[in-house]
Design a protein around this ligand. Structure first.
Ligand SMILES: NC(=O)c1ccc[n+]([C@@H]2O[C@H](COP(=O)([O-])OP(=O)(O)OC[C@H]3O[C@@H](n4cnc5c(N)ncnc54)[C@H](OP(=O)(O)O)[C@@H]3O)[C@@H](O)[C@H]2O)c1
Length: 382
């Protein structure tokens, strides 16, 4: 463990230096890691683990586009790709990466395969923390752990291929074997984490649900809309309003914050911008603080979890979701965004290259596609 000062607190974190891949591989020698679900986290974690040399199989319901995607990625039916129950039977570590609603529906299929000494792994504290609503209660004689990458499975994979990594939190809910800590840290390193910081299942879910409803997704979309509408109401064109609201933020300012922090981004803007931002940030903070408190309470009382369980388990949920996303995309701000993105220098060339590569991939048999992933892994290893 490395002791690192974060703000006012010194925390223990695990980095790849103290827990190298070699140690993770040795710790999990003889284990079969069954990745259950091949949605967003599933492929990211499964492919990174496979490329890192772990023994991985995938469990996914057959006859779906997702099954076909797993085959495309090189998982072999009957060898490394199985129906969910069969993969859970074969796995000694079961990475439960179905959607949170799917985890509730499939629990009766998974539970009988959680025999003594196995390890049940989550990437979210949801199912366990809200067990009264989800019904997910693991047997006492298995390890129950969590590794939650702080980002999409797509980013986890992309960063891995670039030799980088997303940071992840880890937690232990149940240590039945005495090996839960070794197992969870090795899995965290194996899936391609940057550094790992410790949490518990409850803190993970409360911070995660607050974050995504807040500034990561909900709040940012709300603030974008409010500013865009204000500018449009005062006669500004959609192009001007979009550039001043979204494009400048994503293309210019947030990369500067990611690189060196908010003060550095401010320091690299005009004095006029700095002055206004330094004055107005307090007003925005105070305006949204009560909304954040309301949000945190709604998360902490389990209200948000119950909304997720009720709505996402409905049989017509996907159809309704598609309609909602289409409505979001058809708002003027995002229609303007589409036009702005198409005008980015090089956008035409990038779109043509993407189209060409998709066409080439589709016309090549799956068997010929698989070695490309292997070549990528070899290249990375060099
Ligand atoms: N997405 C993220 O960025 C992210 C980040 C960190 C942590 N997490 C956590 O990681 C876990 C997995 O999330 P995810 O976003 O990867 O999930 P997801 O994409 O929504 O998961 C979809 C997977 O679940 C399967 N599934 C859903 N309902 C099912 C059902 N009733 N029966 C059988 N299979 C079903 C889907 O199969 P079909 O395609 O056949 O329906 C697919 O394999 C969750 O706990 C999530 O909170 C996610």
């Amino acid at each position: 463990m490395a002791k690192i000062q974060f703000g006012d607190v010194t925390e223990d974190v695990v980095t790849r230096e103290e827990w190298p891949l070699k140690k993770a591989l040795a710790t999990l020698k003889g284990e079969t890691i069954a990745i259950i679900g091949y949605g967003v986290q599933g492929p990211g974690q499964a492919l990174n683990l496979r490329d890192n040399g772990f023994n991985v199989i995938v469990g996914q319901r057959k006859g779906t586009k997702t099954w076909d995607k797993a085959v495309e990625d090189g998982w072999k039916p009957g060898k490394t790709l199985f129906e969910i129950g069969e993969a859970a039977r074969r796995g000694t570590i079961i990475q439960y990466l179905l959607s949170d609603a799917g985890q509730i529906a499939l629990w009766p299929t998974i539970k009988p395969h959680l025999t003594k000494g196995k390890c049940l792994y989550f990437s979210h504290g949801f199912a366990i923390t809200f067990k009264d609503d989800t019904g997910v209660v693991p047997p006492k004689d298995v390890d129950v752990v969590l590794v939650a990458p702080k980002g999409s499975g797509t980013s986890l994979r992309r960063l891995f291929l670039d030799g980088k990594g997303l940071n992840s939190s880890y937690a232990i809910y149940q240590d039945a074997t005495g090996r839960a800590k070794q197992r969870v840290i090795s899995l965290g390193i194996g899936v391609g984490s940057g550094y790992l910081f410790e949490t518990d299942f409850k803190k993970e879910v409360l911070s995660d649900l607050t974050g995504e409803r807040g500034v990561l997704m909900g709040a940012i979309a709300g603030v974008f809309e409010a500013q865009f509408k204000c500018l449009r109401a005062h006669g500004h064109s959609p192009s001007e309003a979009f550039n001043e609201t979204v494009e400048e933020l994503t293309q210019s300012l947030m990369p500067l914050v990611a690189e060196n922090g908010m003060d550095w981004m401010y320091a690299n803007c005009s004095t006029t911008a700095q002055r206004g931002a330094l004055d107005w940030r307090h007003k925005f903070r105070d305006a949204v603080a009560p909304v954040y408190e309301e949000l945190y309470q709604s998360v902490a009382t389990g209200n948000e979890a119950r909304i997720v369980i009720r709505t996402c388990s409905a049989p017509d949920y996907r159809v309704r979701l598609e309609k909602e996303l289409a409505a979001l995309g058809s708002e003027e701000i995002w229609r303007a965004g589409k036009a702005v993105r198409a005008l980015r220098p090089g956008a035409g060339k990038a779109a043509a290259a993407k189209k060409k590569s998709a066409k080439r991939k589709a016309s090549r048999p799956a068997a010929k596609r698989r070695p490309v992933a292997k070549r990528a892994a070899k290249k990375r290893a060099r």
